[in-house]
Design a protein around this ligand. Structure first.
Ligand code: HEC
Length: 188
């Protein structure tokens, strides 16, 4: 090796080390955390659809109350485990549910899948966050059941309650099969 090539190799090594420092390899999340995340989101989806199915025949006000209180109630019960859970979307009804940070990245992935004609059933997103927590999300797709409150022709009483409770609502105009958003969980 000539002196010049030695210097070049050394310089390349220093550069490579420098790059590695700037972008540490992100470890994949532990499998047991993903399993727990799946469970939590399974519970959220099941409770939500169950409550809506039960309350919709009792009229919009009862069903709307169910939809707004369920996610926070589940979040409360899981907080002892240090688990955070919620829903995120590009078209929020509750502004607190606007997708941001990693939930926006996950949504971009699901949107791309949908645009590519891939089936969203069973789709998921998992990564380890810079602070070591596990992030996990699953898409939420509009079913017929959802249209009473997220579709195009809403009943006057639904429109009235939504206007009163959610003055900045953008979560209408959906059709069955549309990607509504995602359910997310962060685990310690
Ligand atoms: C009875 C009315 C009603 C029905 C039916 C309903 N929702 Fe909602 N949805 C709401 C209300 C009210 C909120 C705002 C909740 C809050 O305050 O966090 C909401 C919020 C959401 C959010 C959180 C993002 C946001 O916009 O705030 C998602 C995601 C969502 N709904 C998906 C669905 C899906 C999927 C279905 C069908 C399985 C469905 N909803 C059925 C009333 C309804």
């Amino acid at each position: 090796m000539t002196e010049l090539s030695r210097v070049l190799v050394a310089a390349a090594l220093v550069l490579a080390a420098g790059c590695q420092k700037k972008e540490p390899r992100v470890e994949p999340p532990p499998p047991e955390k993903i399993t727990r995340g799946k469970e939590v989101i399974g519970t959220l989806k099941k409770t939500l659809v169950g409550a809506l199915t039960k309350e919709l025949p009792n009229g919009a006000p009862a069903a709307i109350a169910a939809c707004s209180s369920l996610a926070p109630a589940l979040a409360q019960s899981l907080s002892t485990e240090g688990i955070q859970v919620g829903r995120a979307t590009r078209k929020p009804r509750n502004p607190a549910n606007a997708a941001a940070g990693w939930t926006a990245d996950a949504l971009t992935r699901f949107e791309k899948m949908k645009a590519d004609g891939k089936d969203l059933a069973g789709a998921s997103y998992a990564r380890r966050l810079p602070d070591g927590r596990t992030a996990y999300a699953e898409p939420l797709v509009i079913q017929d059941l959802c249209l009473a409150c997220h579709g195009t022709d809403l009943a006057p009483d639904v429109t009235a309650i939504l206007a009163e409770k959610y003055p900045t609502d953008t979560a209408t105009g959906y059709a069955a099969g549309d990607l509504r958003g995602l359910a997310w969980v962060e685990l310690p």
